[in-house]
Design a protein around this ligand. Sequence first.
Ligand SMILES: Nc1ncnc2c1ncn2[C@@H]1O[C@H](COP(=O)(O)OP(=O)(O)OP(=O)(O)O)[C@@H](O)[C@H]1O
Length: 254
Amino acid sequence: MVATGQITFNNLRKVFPPRTETSSPVEALHHVNAEVEPGEFIALIGPSGCGKSTLLRLLAGLDQPSQGKILVDGNLVERPSRERGLVFQDPTLYPWLTIEQNVGFGPKLAGEYREKRQSIHEFIELVGLKGFEKNYPYELSGGMQQRVALARTLINYPKVLLFDEPFGALDAFTRMKMHDELLKIRERTNITMVMVTHDVEEAVYLADRVFTMTPRPAILKKIVDVNLPRPRRRDSTAFIKKKEEILDILNFTA
Ligand SMILES: Nc1ncnc2c1ncn2[C@@H]1O[C@H](COP(=O)(O)OP(=O)(O)OP(=O)(O)O)[C@@H](O)[C@H]1O
């Protein structure tokens, strides 16, 4: 099987035009160059407003770079595609549809519901929601709703999964559980994952490499290889050292 989900950021720059006649253009990304290997887990971390979401939106094809380009498996990213699934902090499920119908919504629109019926159930099981197929979103906890959002994206068999602070609204215990679920899904699917996070611990727990970004205009300051064996222990000396290394790069004292 050919490994897919390789990403190239090539001299990427994004400048937003001035909002008013007296304001200046905002340079959100300044010549970002990087490669992501198929199946890699990348965390993007940096201060608020530094351009992390902008980078993710460009990768999703929701916006266009001012200069440079993004390639996925050698193909130019020009528009959104089911090959690049996006998961936000807010799961935005359809409240009037059951879990099964939410996950099957995309396939239904594409006229593929019958072919994908089995996959819909497999993905619901994969995210740990077997038995909740007929429930409605309001009957689920925040963490469970986020799992539905994940299953709804996975049903498209994306090559790349993009996360914008997906667990930011969850309590600490649920978040830790979701981390392990996500790593299990990655092991099973080998999908490349790119996650924007504010949480250094989350980045070190999940990622193979952490891209640290500077304040505006965001440049990739340093790429940190996490290089810790899995499963990772949050209380191990090596884990704590890695967190400190990243906090140092971001100019925070640990
Ligand atoms: N559509 C837009 N028009 C003008 N400026 C924008 C637009 N989108 C983002 N920006 C600006 O670009 C900069 C980067 O924004 P971005 O949302 O990417 O930051 P971020 O690192 O994700 O922030 P946070 O961590 O707070 O979510 C900010 O200064 C923001 O105000």
